[in-house]
Design a protein around this ligand. Structure first.
Ligand code: AMP
Length: 188
């Protein structure tokens, strides 16, 4: 009987160590914008969160959901957007691949620029890294120009400093030229 309790206590201690180790190795923080304007938009956002969590790390913060009229090609349904904070051990390039894979799994079809989409996943920040490669630009170049990005981002990371502009997200939002209405969304 005593042996059984000792075993249980040891396995709990090990579990605690394993969890601590798991989180210590996940030392990078990424902010990801999720958007959907096709199909059951809310379910798409939730399905994307589940897939991201199962493939890429641990979601440590989630913004509220906002609704905004579509940009660019305006002849389409409004978007729902939210931003998540992800603790991850994947590199920026690997994270991008996992997000592109997730988009495909959720039925994303790329046939027109700014066209309707079941899901759109953009990496906004990855730690304070600055990357300009063929496939990946970090921070995302449009952060400062889009209220539909900044409003949810400020829910969970208002003090985070943009590594190029040296301004907080809250400051970027105050000085954003975009006039689009970003409405808090509550499911009908
Ligand atoms: P989109 O049509 O907005 O989904 O654009 C997707 C493409 O943008 C991807 O194939 C990426 O290679 C590229 N891209 C560049 N920078 C980023 C970023 N920060 N987050 C997501 N995609 C990016």
């Amino acid at each position: 009987m005593i042996n059984c309790w000792v075993k249980k206590i040891n396995s709990r201690a090990n579990l605690k160590k394993e969890i601590e180790y798991y989180f210590c190795t996940m030392h990078s923080t990424a902010y990801i914008l999720l958007g959907s304007n096709l199909g059951d938009r809310m379910s798409m956002l939730l399905a994307a969160e589940d897939l991201i969590q199962s493939k890429a790390g641990v979601i440590s913060a989630i913004s509220k959901v906002y609704e905004t009229a579509a940009w660019g090609n305006t002849n389409q349904d409004a978007f729902l957007n939210k931003v998540i904070e992800l603790k991850t051990s994947h590199s920026p390039a690997d994270l991008l691949s996992l997000l592109l894979e997730t988009e495909l799994e959720l039925g994303r079809v790329r046939n027109e620029k700014w066209g309707p989409r079941t899901i759109d996943l953009d990496i906004l920040y990855y730690n304070f890294e600055i990357i300009n490669s063929d496939k990946l630009t970090l921070p995302h170049p449009e952060i400062g120009n889009r209220r539909f990005t900044l409003v949810p981002l400020c829910d969970i990371a208002s003090d985070y400093i943009h590594p190029i502009f040296h301004k907080s997200n809250a400051d970027l939002l105050v000085h954003c030229n975009d006039q689009s209405e970003v409405k808090l969304y509550s499911q009908p």
